[in-house]
Design a protein around this ligand. Structure first.
Ligand SMILES: Cc1cc2nc3c(=O)[nH]c(=O)nc-3n(C[C@H](O)[C@H](O)[C@H](O)COP(=O)(O)O)c2cc1C
Length: 185
């Protein structure tokens, strides 16, 4: 069963083994792919998985939630992302870049103290009170996800996965607990 190929949309995957997204914390401080990250994915691909989903790459500087997180927020990152895609695409393994915004779970020191969320609802875990995004900021973030996906495509990834779980920004919009907005209903 695990050896059987499967298709997700237009992406043909050679088997059912998937490496789930794990944020690596192995990029440079400005989000550039570093050699340690390449080595990790080279190893992962040689393990034989049909699909590798990278750890979340932040789509905007205000959405970074670990210090050495991979970035997908500007065009200067595309050559490094291309190296990353190629490192995993061994023997037909598909590489998917996860794109992410940490929302209210971004540590303040990584986002200039401006922790964003749909609504000002304190995070029970970090105790941080985020600032509600303006409508313009929401539009910018939606566009930033789109542009990050475009960079992934340009870099040669086989697809993107939008991080919409774990209490991060998209998840915060999807939950009534964290989204109290009445605009654009
Ligand atoms: C250190 C660490 C980092 C993670 N980073 C991500 C991530 O960037 N994106 C994501 O969707 N899941 C992330 N996860 C969740 C894992 O992909 C996985 O869903 C979770 O560990 C449960 O899978 P398991 O039951 O096979 O352990 C992370 C988990 C850990 C432990």
């Amino acid at each position: 069963m695990s050896e059987e190929p499967i298709r997700i949309g237009r992406m043909q995957i050679k088997n059912r083994l998937v490496k789930a997204a794990i944020v690596e914390n192995l990029a440079t401080e400005d989000g550039q792919v570093a050699n340690a990250l390449i080595r990790l994915y080279d190893k992962a691909a040689h393990g034989g998985a049909g699909l590798i989903i990278t750890g979340g790459a932040f789509v905007q500087p205000g959405g970074r939630n670990v210090r050495f997180q991979t970035g997908a927020h500007c065009n200067e990152l595309i050559p490094g992302l291309a190296r990353l895609a190629r490192a995993g695409q061994v023997n037909g393994t598909r590489m998917v870049l996860q794109i992410s915004h940490g929302g209210r779970q971004c540590p303040p020191h990584l986002v200039d103290g401006d922790v964003l969320a749909p609504s000002p609802v304190r995070d029970q875990f970090t105790k941080i009170m985020p600032r509600a995004m303006t409508e313009d900021e929401i539009k910018e973030t939606i566009e930033a996800f789109g542009r990050a996906a475009g960079r992934a495509q340009e870099a040669g990834f086989d697809g993107v996965e939008i991080m919409a779980g774990h209490g991060y920004l998209v998840n915060e919009f999807l939950s009534r607990r964290t989204n109290h907005r009445r605009d654009q209903l």
